[in-house]
Design a protein around this ligand. Sequence first.
Ligand SMILES: NC(=O)c1ccc[n+]([C@@H]2O[C@H](COP(=O)([O-])OP(=O)(O)OC[C@H]3O[C@@H](n4cnc5c(N)ncnc54)[C@H](O)[C@@H]3O)[C@@H](O)[C@H]2O)c1
Length: 263
Amino acid sequence: MKISDRTFIISGGASGLGRATAVDLIQHGGYVAVLDMNEELADELIAEVGKDKARFWRCDVAEPGSVKAAVEGALAWAKETGKEVGGVVAAAGVGLPAKILNRDLTPFSLDDFNFVVQINLQGTIDLVRQCLPALASNTPDGPDKEHGIVIMVASSAAFDGQPGQTAYAASKGAITAMTLPMTRDLARYGIRVVTIAPSMFKSRMTDALSDKVKESLFRTMEFPRRPGMPEEFAHTVRMCVENVMLNGTVIRLDGGVRMPSKM
Ligand SMILES: NC(=O)c1ccc[n+]([C@@H]2O[C@H](COP(=O)([O-])OP(=O)(O)OC[C@H]3O[C@@H](n4cnc5c(N)ncnc54)[C@H](O)[C@@H]3O)[C@@H](O)[C@H]2O)c1
């Protein structure tokens, strides 16, 4: 799928991996609809890239009504510019570490578990679901008559969840598991599905970790021994968009690291 003159809908596009993706797609001729809760960061992004190339919709991906309004807005903008929607990148996500059983033998809160699952899992599938009719009915691209791409964001925690990551791993593991059946459902419409599973990447989420935790994480790494850069994630998204043979797969973007139980 070509990037130029296509609109891409990105949840979590105001910060971190989603933001880098938005900037990269714009640099390669794309248009970006940013759906996020963080208006301040989104405004900064729009000021940087220009509002002819990017628009922001305040959206809580855990609220279907909010997703509906934002997707409708993004589709109306794409119609106005004539830059049809070519893909959706579901990058909004949160972590809320909690061990399933506390030292005082109280189990973790179901509300906290559901909070993570609702944003990371329901928020991903709801956004994708609501974008699909537009992808299926756009003008096909290239000799394969491709209609679009769905890119979802999992995590190393989908495979090697660490202590305290039960809820996060549940949400990200489900995203990896959904990738193949969604690919099979959408093949007839010329829509591809790829999931990217990053290890530790530099972002607001990981900047918040203490130096001690970061140091012990670096020690678990193979090569390179550093966090991934948001631009490296964005590069992978671009590769997924442009390479029609990438479909139905989960790309581990992790420098070979396998997260240990204890650090
Ligand atoms: N950074 C990492 O090390 C890392 C590793 C593996 C996976 N991931 C995943 O990558 C994705 C992006 O994370 P990041 O590191 O860029 O974090 P980030 O905190 O920098 O960005 C996440 C964005 O999602 C938005 N968001 C959060 N809840 C939302 C909601 N309910 N509705 C709409 N927007 C919401 C935030 O406002 C923020 O702009 C997440 O899904 C995360 O789980 C990150």
